[in-house]
Write a protein that binds this ligand. Structure first.
Ligand SMILES: Nc1ncnc2c1ncn2[C@@H]1O[C@H](COP(=O)(O)OP(=O)(O)OP(=O)(O)O)[C@@H](O)[C@H]1O
Ligand SMILES: [Mg+2]
Length: 182
């Protein structure tokens, strides 16, 4: 039986919710609380202390799964001081990925990452991108950049690098623009 859609669930996530709900019924999983309703994903914690992300688009699901499989194969649990979720299970029919819950500081959300190839940006675009990241992360940008290099060492080129996906955990106490601008 499907769980009723939560009040206030954005319309764009209705279908993902129905899939998530069916997946949980089939696997006997009980959801606890909502972690996030981003652009692509609907993320909930479960009673078994895991996190489940349901995707809107198969392509992005497949992309994120490939990255998690790479991280699993390389036994990556952290990128320097950042915790990285570990893959628990996935389902190609319901487009869900179950992973461990991480606490800040963490890096997650690999739906937009490039695997074994650099993002297709020229030098000027890369420079603009880096300037934007320096504004977002301020004096913490070198820490973030060093974590990005760590991922590159595993063939993973993160593209959706922003507060939220890169969380230090004390965002309220620094900077004025650390709350999710892409
Ligand atoms: N494994 C996890 N452990 C702890 N928190 C998590 C986990 N997965 C997701 N979250 C929380 O849920 C939020 C949304 O997850 P995620 O970034 O993967 O979804 P998204 O839809 O791609 O988000 P957006 O499009 O807004 O970047 C994260 O910013 C984080 O706060
Ligand atoms: Mg995100």
């Amino acid at each position: 039986m499907n769980n009723p859609r939560p009040a206030g669930l954005p319309e764009i996530h209705s279908e993902s919710w129905d899939r998530l709900s069916r997946y949980c019924s089939v696997c006997g999983i009980e959801l606890v609380e909502q972690f996030g309703w981003g652009y692509e994903g609907l993320v909930y914690s479960t009673v078994s202390k895991s996190a489940i992300k349901a995707f809107r688009h198969r392509e992005l699901y497949e992309n994120e799964l490939k990255v998690y499989l790479r991280l699993r194969d390389h036994a990556v649990k952290a990128a320097h001081e950042f915790a990285v979720p570990r893959l628990i299970s996935w389902n190609d029919e319901f487009l869900v990925i179950e992973m461990t819950i991480v606490s800040p500081p963490f890096i997650l959300d690999f739906a937009g990452a490039y695997l074994d190839k650099r993002p297709p940006f020229d030098d000027e675009q890369l420079q603009e991108w880096e300037e934007q990241k320096m504004e977002q992360f301020e004096d913490r940008w070198p820490i973030v950049r060093s974590a990005l290099s760590f991922f590159k060492g595993h063939g993973i080129y993160l593209n959706d690098v922003k507060p939220g996906n890169v969380t230090f955990g004390d965002e309220d106490s620094w900077g004025s623009d650390a709350s999710g601008r892409s």
